[in-house]
Design a protein around this ligand. Structure first.
Ligand code: ADP
Length: 681
């Protein structure tokens, strides 16, 4: 091994051969931090070796650089000067993934705070490094059981870390650190938060661990702890102030560092990678197990914070539910309109007649205009009825004369009983339609249900009266079923007498034909209605109606989809914020995972899978909610619901995609976090 020291130093376990190269070799290590124009030199020219099996203390006052040194020894940070060789491999040139691997396989960390995952059991905490490594469930259980028993916690395996005492948690942290049988255990103030009895216990455990051949380095500011180690290196102002093992100072091996394939040597050198050989199964299977374990971790993060998860699920399900509802309702509406128009296209023709020549007093199909008779005599015509629309602004419908006009946005039509009959509308009382005929010479109205509600009319019959254009009008009936034209629910039908003084806006002749006859009737209508000037009559053809259908469904769909997309965007934002806050609150956990070897990619996946699962859950719940909303809306509107199951899959897909999108930034932030800084946060 190039540059490896073979000198006898006296600080290694009796079983370790003298010729074995040091486990750690530091030569002229420096670490400085730049903040703006100033530079802090936390470590300067640190050189020492630590042999396998040593039990070393690193002591120094606060600010001496102990934690900075630990971060470098533990590959959580890189030196800005000098060279560091771990187990014979130059670390300085090692890529990030290889460093993660070295940490996972060769180093066990114990921190001042145990950094146990409080919602997980003691056994799960202990086996975390093995999980990151992709070990099988059986192996993880076996190792956790053995290590916890070794530390006297065999009876607490299934206990959540939350319920363990501080001393017990620190013993769990020791078990976690040694679960992978690392070559080096680094302990940073491991007794800092413990009472003296627990402290002594922890140091005893570390001593016992050392007797099995594991190299242990304890960082402390406590002289009593340091005195219990075999060799105590003192740091002061970032320099080694005292080291009893001066002989073990690193020989100059800077020349050896230049070797370009030092990183590859890590993997190639069989002596330095025994742990690799111990791994079970193919790389592929291990990766699969790792992914599975990450997915489980992501899901258990949801159960650990139920309140947050429920809120996120609600946000996503609202967004997705809105979209599914939008799609379902617009499809149902389109199909409804389509059905009506297809039906109308088969047996209905509508002629627009110039309103100027028509007197409303004459406007009643029960005392037909001459043209009406001509039309009904045309071949294929079953019936015909006129309806003239008057301006709502002129009519100013209201319940009491003294009241302001009602907020009514429907149509006001002057029509006779024939119009109600041709629309198949049902009126209550059943004979009320007859009263619209001007042979009664009464100013009467029949109201659709929605129109009645808008004006404030609850019932129809003697004494019920509304005001149209400042004239009293008796309400003689209500439309209970609008028949072929749903718009009739929001329509006021007036007798000609009730519309005296109102100018007709347009007049329409609705012609019902025998099935399949509309085209022929459409051609014959203009000359029949207006022999002198046929072009004055506009006939709405089936093609016009079809265009209208597309217009209606497209507009409705776009509107609802826009609102839902906005909802979903809000859900994404809410989730991203919640996820980001969760990333911040879980910084110690993320740092721990990184410290024990989880790669940045693995941390990124963890949070992305969290986003994906919550989005997916929200998507499923939203799809169910959306479908229920479609059924409810259709029931209220008396439409036949169109439930296209593809919408459900689209909704779930959109939920999952939104979940991932919302997690990308928080996941990236988590993956980028520096474990050396976060572990101390
Ligand atoms: P100890 O662990 O012995 O208390 P540290 O290693 O934490 O000491 O710090 C040594 C010196 O390095 C201190 O002056 C500290 O302010 C500085 N230092 C440590 N980490 C950083 C950092 N990330 N940025 C800037 N200065 C740092």
């Amino acid at each position: 091994m190039p540059g490896g020291s073979t000198s006898v130093t006296g600080f290694w376990s009796p079983g370790v051969p003298v010729s074995e190269p040091p486990l750690l070799e530091l030569a002229g290590i420096g670490r400085s931090f730049r903040a703006g124009s100033s530079t802090t030199h936390s470590l300067r020219d640190i050189s020492f070796n630590i042999r396998r099996g040593e039990f070393v203390g690193i002591i120094g006052p606060s600010g001496a650089g102990k934690s900075t040194l630990l971060n470098i020894l533990g590959l959580l940070d890189s030196p800005t000067a000098g060279a560091y060789r771990f187990d014979g491999v130059d670390i300085t040139d090692l890529g990030e993934n290889d460093r993660d691997r070295v940490r996972n396989e060769k180093i066990g960390f114990i921190f001042q705070d145990s950094h146990t995952l409080v919602d997980e059991t003691a056994a799960e905490n202990v086996s975390l490094p093995l999980k990151i490594r992709g070990a099988t469930m059986g192996e993880r259980r076996r190792v956790a059981r053995t290590e916890l028993r070794r530390l006297g916690l065999g009876h607490r395996q299934g206990e959540a870390a939350l319920n363990l005492s501080g001393g017990e948690r620190q013993r769990v942290a020791i078990a976690r650190a040694i679960s992978t049988h690392p070559a080096l255990v680094l302990a940073d103030e491991p007794t800092g938060s413990l009472d003296s009895a627990s402290s002594a216990h922890v140091i005893d455990e570390l001593r016992a661990l050392n007797t099995t051949g594991t190299t242990v380095v304890i960082i402390t500011h406590d002289r009593a702890i340091a005195d219990r180690t075999d060799r105590c290196i003192e740091l002061l102002d970032g320099r080694v102030a005292a080291d009893p093992s001066v002989d073990s100072r690193a020989e100059t091996w800077t020349a050896a560092r230049a070797k370009p394939d030092s990183a590859a040597a890590w993997v190639d050198a069989p002596a330095s990678a025994p742990a690799l050989e111990k791994r079970r199964g193919s790389t592929c299977a291990r990766f699969g197990r790792r992914l599975l374990a990450e997915a489980f971790d992501a899901i258990s993060a949801h159960t650990a914070n139920l309140g947050r998860t429920v809120l996120l699920l609600a946000a996503f399900s609202l967004g997705v539910g809105g979209l599914v509802c939008a799609m379902g309702v617009s499809q149902s509406a389109a199909s409804q309109v389509s059905d009506q128009l297809t039906q109308a296209g088969l047996d209905e023709v509508v002629a627009q007649v110039s309103a100027s020549g028509i007197q409303l007093q004459d406007f009643d199909s029960d005392s037909p205009l001459p043209t009406h008779r001509t039309v009904t005599e045309l071949q294929g015509v079953i019936g015909a009825a006129y309806a003239a629309r008057v301006q709502t602004a002129d009519a100013r419908p209201r319940l009491l004369r003294a009241m302001p006009a009602a907020r009514f946005d429907g149509d006001i039509l002057v029509a006779g009983p024939a119009y109600l009959a041709i629309q198949n509308a049902v009126v209550w009382p059943t004979n009320a339609g007859r009263l619209l005929s001007n042979t009664w010479h009464g100013a009467v109205a029949i109201l659709g249900k929605d129109a009645a509600a808008a004006i404030g009319v609850a019932d129809a019959g003697p004494g019920v009266r509304i005001w149209i254009a400042d004239q009293p009008v008796d309400v003689v009936g209500l439309i209970t079923a609008p028949g072929r034209t749903p718009l009739l629910s929001n329509t006021i039908l007036l007798s000609p007498e009730a519309a005296v003084g109102l100018a007709p806006e347009d007049a329409r002749l609705i012609v019902r034909t025998a099935p399949g006859m509309p085209a022929a009737v459409a051609d014959a209508l203009p000359p029949a209605i207006s022999p002198g000037n046929p072009p004055a009559v506009t006939v709405e053809t089936v093609a016009d109606l079809r265009q209208l259908r597309h217009g209606v469904s497209a507009d409705l769909g776009i509107l609802i989809a826009l609102v839902s997309a906005l909802l979903l965007l809000l859900a994404c934002l809410t989730s991203a914020v919640a996820m980001y806050l969760s990333v911040r609150s879980r910084r110690p956990e993320i740092a721990l995972r990184r410290a024990i070897g989880a790669s940045r990619a693995s941390i990124w996946r963890l949070f992305t899978v969290e986003g994906l699962t919550v989005g997916l859950g929200g998507g499923v719940a939203g799809a169910a909610l959306g479908l229920m909303a479609v059924v409810t809306v259709c029931a209220v509107q008396q439409w036949t619901p169109v439930l296209d199951l593809r919408i459900v899959f689209v909704g779930i897909g959109i939920g999952a995609a939104s979940g991932i999108v919302s997690a990308v930034y928080p996941a990236t932030a988590a993956a980028r976090s520096n474990p050396a800084l976060a572990i101390r946060a």
